[in-house]
Design a binder for this molecule. Structure first.
Ligand SMILES: NC(=O)c1ccc[n+]([C@@H]2O[C@H](COP(=O)([O-])OP(=O)(O)OC[C@H]3O[C@@H](n4cnc5c(N)ncnc54)[C@H](OP(=O)(O)O)[C@@H]3O)[C@@H](O)[C@H]2O)c1
Length: 215
């Protein structure tokens, strides 16, 4: 069997551990990191994300093929873009002025497009941002399950989108590919699928019209 990509999940708050658990269940090797000492999350990782390796963020990123950004957007500026050069980056972040504060560069824009501009050496894919962490875990189903739901995958690099669509599929969702980060604006807060967990036909109906208008 083909070896799966190595994942680094940055963020061990609400959504990071859920993404890590789903990926481990799907067979991916997973490291998890905060901005601090991995010792500080060693016990909690063992308890709530068995199988994940707590690491320093820089080490986790260095060894990963795929880096999932599951940190508050206002902390994104703390990450050195050079550490993500050559990596496939999943942007699971959202811009929430209520908790992030007003971040001028993100106002009225597609947040992942702004993220991607700061990471010129990375392939950025927007995914896993639009389903709340409880539901993300509870609604995950194996391929073919009658009540399986859909999750969006948006990016400018088709090969990167294909890899993350595969990850989304393996972690329990029917991936719906969107052809650009710009089209992926439909996945962000205020968009037609944010915070709702839809079947694939429902999801496609909901996003197509908006995505067309954003091309
Ligand atoms: N909550 C959800 O249901 C949900 C669902 C999908 C997407 N999202 C998005 O995911 C992001 C995280 O949300 P959350 O609710 O999980 O936030 P959270 O509970 O506040 O957790 C944030 C985590 O990020 C870590 N962190 C902060 N800066 C970091 C850095 N520079 N490097 C590594 N780790 C860092 C924090 O640890 P330290 O402060 O100790 O470093 C903490 O573990 C947000 O953008 C949110 O919109 C959330």
């Amino acid at each position: 069997m083909r070896e799966l990509s190595r994942l680094a999940v940055l963020g061990a708050g609400h959504v990071g551990p859920v993404i890590a658990r789903l990926a481990i269940k799907a067979g991916y090797p997973v490291a998890i990191a905060t901005s601090g000492d991995p010792e500080d999350i060693a016990l909690i990782t063992e308890l709530i994300i068995p199988g994940a390796q707590p690491r320093w963020a820089s080490d986790a990123m260095a060894d990963a093929d795929i880096v999932v950004l599951a940190i508050p957007l206002h902390r994104f500026g703390d990450i050195d873009p050079a550490l993500l050069d050559g990596k496939l980056v999943v942007d699971a972040m959202n811009y929430w002025p209520a908790s992030d504060g007003v971040l001028e560069p993100f106002e009225g824009r597609g947040s992942s497009e702004v993220v991607a501009r700061r990471l010129p050496g990375s392939a950025v894919v927007k995914a896993l941002n639009h389903i709340g962490y409880h539901e993300l875990e509870d609604r995950a189903r194996p391929a073919g399950a009658p009540d399986r739901r859909a999750a969006g995958v948006a990016g400018d690099d088709p090969a990167a989108v294909a890899m993350i669509a595969d990850l989304v599929d393996r972690t329990g969702y029917d991936p719906v590919r969107l052809e650009s980060l710009r089209a992926g604006r439909v996945l962000q807060p205020g968009g037609p699928v944010f915070g709702v967990v839809l079947t694939q036909p429902e999801f496609e109906r909901a996003v197509r019209q908006d995505a067309r208008s954003l091309r």
